[in-house]
Every structure is written in C-alpha cells, then in structure tokens.
Design a protein around this ligand. Sequence first.
Ligand SMILES: CC(C)(COP(=O)(O)OP(=O)(O)OC[C@H]1O[C@@H](n2cnc3c(N)ncnc32)[C@H](O)[C@@H]1OP(=O)(O)O)[C@@H](O)C(=O)NCCC(=O)NCCS
Length: 159
Amino acid sequence: MSSVQPSPVGQLRAAGWADLDAVMEVMSTAFDPGFGEAWTRAQCAGILPMAGVTLTLADGGNSVLGFSLFREVAGESELLLLAVAPAARHCGIGTQLMRHYVESAGRSGIRKLHLEVRDSNPAVSLYRQHDFIVEGRRRNYYRGAGGQLHDALTMIRRI
Ligand SMILES: CC(C)(COP(=O)(O)OP(=O)(O)OC[C@H]1O[C@@H](n2cnc3c(N)ncnc32)[C@H](O)[C@@H]1OP(=O)(O)O)[C@@H](O)C(=O)NCCC(=O)NCCS
C-alpha cells in the first residue's frame, strides 16, 4: 500500500508579476512537453498587463501547487491556462480553480465561458464536470512530438 498522502489543497489567491517565477515552475512540470501546450515566460509576461486578465494561484505555503489564467473581454471569458503540479494532482486543486473561474465570471456578469483543449487531454473530463460542452472541433490542430496529429476541442459553458 502506498504511504503517499494527498497534498493539502492550498489557498487560492490573486497573482501578478511577482509570481511569474512560481508560475513558470509549475508550467515547466505540468504540461506534456510533447504537445507544446505550455506558455513561455514571455507569453505570460505579455498577457498579464492586458485588460481583463486574471492570474490565480493555488498557494501551498511553501510552494505554488497550481494556477489558472483567464481573460474576460466583450462579455465573454476564456480560460487560457489551467495547471496543477503533478505531485499535487487528484486532490481537488483543479476543481477549486475551475470553481473560482466560473464564479469570477458570474460576478463579472459574463454569460459565456469558453476554452480550447487538445481532445486527448485528460482535462476534458474535468471541464465536462464543470458543465462545459463541446462546441467545435479543430481538426489536426496539435502536432505531438512524434508527429501524430490531434484535434482541438472548443468547449463552452453558458451561465
Ligand atoms: C487538468 C489538471 C489541471 C487537473 O488538476 P487536478 O488538481 O488533478 O484536478 P482535480 O483533483 O480537481 O480532479 C478533478 C477530476 O478531474 C478529472 N481528472 C483530472 N485529471 C485527470 C487525469 N489526468 N486523468 C483523468 N481524469 C482526470 C477526474 O475526474 C478528477 O477526479 P479524481 O481526481 O477524483 O479522479 C491537471 O491534470 C493538469 O495540470 N494537467 C496538465 C495541464 C493541462 O493540460 N491543463 C489543461 C489545459 S490548459
């Protein structure tokens, strides 16, 4: 029997420039390098000052366990990134970040949430649990490291 205990879920808090190092640390371990889904530091730094952008951290005290990045614009909200460090998964942090995302949009009067995800990404089941439905499919949108092609799904939730 494994002696590994679930990690604490941590506290969600608003984040910004000062947290970029911690965000990039999670980014570097969370995303499958085979798909090029992780953002670069320059991409993150570039979007943070834009209007309507929110970066939220799941703060474990000694380390950052996960984060979300979304943007509210023109009455819609897009979930740009959601990531949890591998060692902290399956403890509900992704769920907590998703709830926060949906609640934030609701507070802002947003009626439509959307995101895009590789169709083979296990995150699809998390999004379905949060009432996102598939609206569209972009054929062969992602190319894996081995050259295999994967569709992207566009998913939406109306609130
Ligand atoms: C997707 C992700 C954020 C989920 O984080 P998490 O903290 O493990 O999520 P939760 O613990 O709240 O899991 C909620 C449920 O989502 C589903 N789920 C999450 N990750 C899953 C996985 N790898 N495989 C299958 N189901 C998964 C499960 O139903 C899970 O419940 P369970 O843990 O009881 O099985 C995390 O796996 C991750 O960082 N993935 C890599 C980054 C990524 O691809 N992000 C999405 C695109 S931006």
